[in-house]
Design a protein around this ligand. Structure first.
Ligand code: KG4
Ligand code: ZN
Length: 350
């Protein structure tokens, strides 16, 4: 099936054309980073207004890059949530209108589910994992550990109790006077820093509880900054590297603990923070020879984009029959949940 997917849940406007749920024929992304940078974070009203400005051109670009026309598209998929309501609505109304005009099915999709299943696309540098696998989604809004038993079959093992990892990166970057998006700035500066320079805490350092917490770590950075005046140069790089190391340590420890508890042999890393260089390097090193096969989402598909919806769009569209027009039921759901809640540590997978 040839599908057109649209993502507009936060500050990226994106459209992609996907063949059979696996082949990325195009993936157009219009970033709004320059719009929000001067405010140090995403301004929801500006995000939705800019989605309106960008969406038609982004859809046209995706079609042109794939060398197809709208009438060739057999089904539409669009982010229904979670995300900013005003932003979501732009993508949803666009997808619904196109689906209505061309009499095609249209499905509303979960943003987290897309991050979790991006590695099911045909990718040059990552093999496709077989089910079941453990998925760690680390983004600006989520830090979640899921067992992925199949498309549509997810169990939540742990999540952040306060800030998401990406949110902590962004807030710490702001404290350090670094530009939005903070994760990218910290990643870059940390390369020149010493990860052991400052001994920041590793919050919720226990293998028994798979939840995360990053707000205390953020406070620890703030308290450290109270002791020194405006760090720069090597001192700034050392703080970035030390903060980043604390986040990476916690993420990898919990991911490994979850795999062991559930007897899972495959681990998938996804979401914007999974593009972090140190997380990627440390994951490759830490899991080497440990009996856990690692699948890291390619960098370009970690941050928000429409191609990541390909596998789920295809799966859900193929469950709609051709007379089943779903878009009238499709609404924006800011807090859209995913999967069932915690399983017992004793249940096991191969
Ligand atoms: O998945 P994503 O694009 O949007 C959400 O679904 O939230 O993730 C965005 C988050 C931001 O918090 C951003 O700072 C973080 O991902 N991020 C990074 C890096 N690139 C993006 N964090 C750490 N290192 C990076 N290289
Ligand atoms: Zn995301």
């Amino acid at each position: 099936m040839l599908a057109l997917t649209i993502e507009s849940s936060c500050d990226e406007t994106s459209a992609a054309v996907i063949g059979d749920g696996r082949q990325v024929l195009s993936n157009a992304v219009a970033s709004q980073i320059p719009v929000h940078q001067r405010y140090g974070g995403v301004v929801p009203e500006l995000a939705s207004r800019n989605h309106i400005i960008n969406i038609d051109a982004v859809v046209d670009e995706a079609l042109a890059d794939a060398d197809v026309e709208l009438r060739d598209i057999e089904g539409f998929g669009v982010t229904a949530g979670p995300g900013l309501v005003g932003s979501l609505l732009v993508g949803i109304e666009t997808a619904k209108s196109l689906a209505w005009a061309f009499d095609r099915p249209c499905v509303g999709l979960n943003h987290l589910e897309a991050h979790l299943t991006t590695v099911l696309l045909d990718l040059d540098d990552v093999d496709r994992p077989v089910f079941p696998y453990l998925g760690l989604v680390v983004s600006g809004g989520h830090t979640d550990l899921y067992v992925v038993d199949g498309i549509g079959d997810y169990e939540l093992l742990g999540r952040t109790r306060d800030d998401a990892a990406g949110e902590a990166f962004d807030k710490v970057a702001k404290m350090l006077g670094l530009p939005y998006p903070g994760g990218v700035a910290i990643d870059r500066l940390a390369k020149k820093g010493d990860p052991e320079a400052v001994d920041f805490p590793r919050p919720m350092w226990t293998r028994k509880n798979l939840d995360f917490s990053f707000s205390g770590l953020k406070t620890a950075v703030s308290l450290h900054l109270d002791e020194i005046s405006e760090p720069e140069g090597q001192q700034l790089a050392d703080i970035c590297a030390s903060f980043q190391e604390a986040v990476v340590d916690v993420l990898l420890m919990k991911a490994e603990a979850a795999c062991r508890q559930q007897n899972l042999e495959r681990l998938v890393l996804s979401g914007g923070v999974a593009s972090n260089s140190r997380l990627r390097d440390r994951a490759r090193r830490d899991f080497d020879g440990e009996g856990i096969e690692l699948f890291i989402t390619p960098r370009s598909l970690c941050t928000d984009n429409a191609a990541m919806f390909g596998p789920i769009a295809d799966a859900y569209l193929s469950r709609c029959d051709s007379n089943h027009f779903t878009s009238h039921r499709l609404r924006a759901r800011a807090n859209m949940a995913l999967g069932t809640s915690q399983r017992s540590p004793s249940s096991s997978h191969r």
